[in-house]
Design a protein around this ligand. Sequence first.
Ligand SMILES: Nc1ncnc2c1ncn2[C@@H]1O[C@H](COP(=O)(O)OP(=O)(O)OP(=O)(O)O)[C@@H](O)[C@H]1O
Ligand SMILES: [Mg+2]
Ligand SMILES: [Zn+2]
Length: 327
Amino acid sequence: MAYGKDVFDAAMRRLEQRRQEAEDETARTRAELFARIPRLREIQDELAATAVDAVRGMLTGGDAAAHIQKLKKINLDLQVERAELLTAHGLPPDALAPRPHCRLCGDTGYVGDRICECLRALLRDEACRRANSGSPLPLRAFDTFDLAYYPDTPLPGTDATVRAYMGRVFTSCKDYAERFSAESPSLLFLGGTGLGKTHLALAIGGEVLARGFSVIYDTAQNIFARIEAEHFGRGGGQFTQTVYDCDLLILDELPDYATSFTNSTFYNIINTRTLARRPTIVSTNLTEQELEARYGQKIFSRLIGDFWMFKFFGRDIRQLKLKNKVF
Ligand SMILES: Nc1ncnc2c1ncn2[C@@H]1O[C@H](COP(=O)(O)OP(=O)(O)OP(=O)(O)O)[C@@H](O)[C@H]1O
Ligand SMILES: [Mg+2]
Ligand SMILES: [Zn+2]
């Protein structure tokens, strides 16, 4: 794994914090239930006593097997009594059991000698924070997106107006953000300048981030440049790895020219992420024909085949806003 020590340490600190919180929570629940149902505490003490007794029995010799058998029976009866008592109070039978944040690894971060998915997610998240720290995710919200900027004129080739059509684009993006998961598709935003592509991509990014997923956002150009710098210099590949691994990658403003390096970088990104089923949002001013011409058939067929395409229409909202300011 290409994560640096700082990323690993930060992820482990958060894991430790979760473990502590889960332990505190268990202690609180126990104290509360013992106060409410005193017999529960007695059962707990008796269970502890049988454990001590079992050890003592083994040490003093005698008919250890029979003794252990007897204790096992007592232990089991106590557990049954406890479960029944809890059920009678309308509680789940395991209400006193520890409740780790992650049941797979008990908040240790490891299942056997393999890294648990929860620690992997923390590592991704910490790496993304560092990857974004040069440019923290600028916020654009869904609720500042105003459909009034789109003309109420027919959209050629459809029976809808541009505004109604963009309303559907908006709703799809909002739905996408609210239901985002690893199963979500990748999105391709096409359209002229100032039509709200970055605005919606960032609104999705903000919502997905708020829901606890790791998100990297930047212009495609910046991301390609950092990968290139890492490829030819030092850095250990952490940024590149994070671009491959984050839950959602937003590659904004795909440039309208491609060098052989950006071309292969772009291909590696979408290929790696598609294979790992990790969604990506790509936005560009290029038309489909231009995309194919500049980036080649290999990339183009991936974008058309694997991405949900949204075409943006309307008038340059940057200009519209500027005019409103002047007059
Ligand atoms: N529907 C909208 N309601 C309110 N503001 C909007 C809307 N669409 C875009 N804007 C604002 O207009 C400006 C331009 O929009 P945006 O950056 O999203 O355009 P774009 O499609 O990404 O353009 P480009 O292709 O040039 O990158 C931004 O300040 C954005 O917040
Ligand atoms: Mg933009
Ligand atoms: Zn775990």
